[in-house]
Every structure is written in structure tokens, then in C-alpha cells.
Design a protein around this ligand. Structure first.
Ligand code: MG
Ligand code: MG
Length: 264
């Protein structure tokens, strides 16, 4: 069942999501060759708890009932989603998607950003730019009266016209008291199809886009998902509310992008 949010609830969702954005910003400051994803996780968990929130990912069960062991997902290169932080140092030329969730005042935040580690190949930079662009094209379609398929169509057509793969098995979702609520928000679809978008609908839109084929494999840890062909994948996610007819982006990349520009 889809649960539409009131204005007050949207503000609480904004608070949870801005805390995710602030956490990703702390990560942006320290991502560089030699840093381990476990260090990113430790920083994120501390930062989230210092702000009176709980990292929603920690302990979240997969279909096998295994609890996720960390506070963020760190998906490096060919890992598409749900990578478990570990002690492997990031290398120059890697990319790492950091997906983060918070729970505070009864509401969830959920956002993801793919970071570059040192100098990244141009073809991978282009993949990142196109994935982020497709997220904003999807968000542009998230207006009252449109349908869910309009969002997926915008993401899919942009990425496929550039020759990229659009992941099918993982999708965006409604968000509120729960991290994953109805409806599902696929990154593919047909215009004018699916549920109609209404004021108060709060959803996470999260294109997962690959440089090669969109086919996936599950890692033996039952969490990490990699591209079958080993090609790199990008993942950008915003939580939005449909508010006064249009998309109100509740998370923010603004400060993260400022830090990224200072690094270059
Ligand atoms: Mg997420
Ligand atoms: Mg999500």
C-alpha cells in the first residue's frame, strides 16, 4: 500500500535525508587512494550516531536472513550495489558507490553517490556523469499527474542511447517510516504507464547503470552484486517528495560536489 506523507512528515524525511547527505559529505572529504571502505564505514556510523540517528542499513536482513554487517554499502568498480566494507585499500582509478541510510525521528533517509578515487578513466567519468544526469531526468518526471513509468522511461532512454546497461533487478522505492515502502520505482519503463504520482508520494530514485551489459551476479557473501562482464557500475540516488505538484529533492549533492571540485 502506498502511504502519502503530510507536509510535516515530508520535513521529517528531509531531516533524515539531509543527515545522509552530510554523512556522504564527510566521506567525500576522505575518499582517496589507500583509504579502506571499512574506514569509510567507521566514519559514517560515528557521524550518524553523533547526530542522534541510527544507520538503517546495519542489521538489515537479506532474503537469506543474514543481517547487513555495516552502516553503509561500499560498492567498488564492478560491484553494483550492497558491497560490504572491508580492509582492502581503494586504489587510484577506482570508483566507489557509497549508499547510506539513516533513521531519525521516525523517518528514513536514503541516498547514494559514486565517488572517484584519484584519477579515473574518461570512459568511467562519462558513465558517472550520465548516471547522475539520468537521475535528474527521472526526477524531472516526478510531478503530480505523471506516472511511475515516466520516471523509468526517462532514466532508461538517456542511458541506453549512450550505450550503457540499465540494471533491472534492483529498483528505487517508496520511503517513509520504512526504508523500503511501496511503490517500486524501476529505472526502466514505458511512458504513461504504472501508478499515477500524487502529492505526498515520497520515493527514492536510484539509477544503477553499467558500462557494459546489465546482467548481474551475486557474490558468495549473499550481499554484493557485480556485473557479469566485470564492467564498472555507477549508482546515484536521491530521495524526493512530490510536493505542491513537483519534485522536492530531500537529499542533496551540493556540498559533496563542492568538495569534489576542490579536490580537482
Ligand atoms: Mg540507498
Ligand atoms: Mg534506496
Amino acid at each position: 500500500m502506498i502511504y502519502l506523507k503530510t507536509d510535516d512528515e515530508i520535513e521529517l524525511l528531509r531531516k533524515a535525508n539531509l543527515l545522509v547527505s552530510a554523512t556522504l559529505c564527510e566521506i567525500a572529504k576522505i575518499v582517496e587512494p589507500g583509504v579502506t571502505t571499512r574506514q569509510l564505514d567507521t566514519l559514517a556510523e560515528q557521524f550518524i550516531r553523533d547526530h542522534g540517528a541510527v544507520p538503517t542499513f546495519k542489521g538489515f536482513p537479506n532474503p537469506y536472513g543474514d543481517p547487513f554487517p555495516a552502516s553503509i554499502c561500499t560498492s567498488v568498480n564492478e560491484v553494483v550495489v550492497h558491497g560490504i566494507p572491508d580492509d582492502t585499500p581503494l586504489k587510484d582509478g577506482d570508483i566507489v558507490s557509497v549508499d547510506c541510510g539513516t533513521f531519525i525521528d521516525g523517518f528514513c533517509g536514503d541516498s547514494c553517490y559514486t565517488f572517484c578515487v584519484g584519477e579515473v578513466k574518461q570512459e568511467v567519468l562519462d558513465l558517472l556523469a550520465a548516471t547522475k544526469q539520468s537521475l535528474y531526468l527521472g526526477i524531472e518526471q516526478a510531478i503530480a499527474g505523471h506516472r511511475l513509468g515516466d520516471i523509468g522511461y526517462a532514466v532508461q532512454t538517456h542511458c541506453e542511447k549512450l550505450g550503457y546497461g540499465v540494471v533491472r533487478e534492483f529498483v528505487g522505492h517508496g520511503i517513509g517510516h520504512e526504508m523500503h515502502e511501496d511503490p517500486q520505482v524501476p529505472n526502466y519503463g514505458k511512458q504513461g504507464t504504472g501508478k499515477q504520482l500524487k502529492n505526498g508520494l515520497c520515493i527514492a530514485i536510484e539509477p544503477m547503470i553499467t558500462l557494459g551489459s546489465h546482467e548481474l551476479l551475486m557474490l558468495p557473501d549473499h550481499w554484493g552484486v557485480v556485473t557479469r562482464d566485470g564492467s564498472p557500475a555507477a549508482h546515484f540516488e536521491h530521495t524526493i517528495a512530490i510536493h505542491h505538484g513537483k519534485a522536492d529533492i530531500l537529499s542533496s549533492f551540493e556540498e559533496i560536489e563542492k568538495i569534489e571540485r576542490q579536490k580537482n
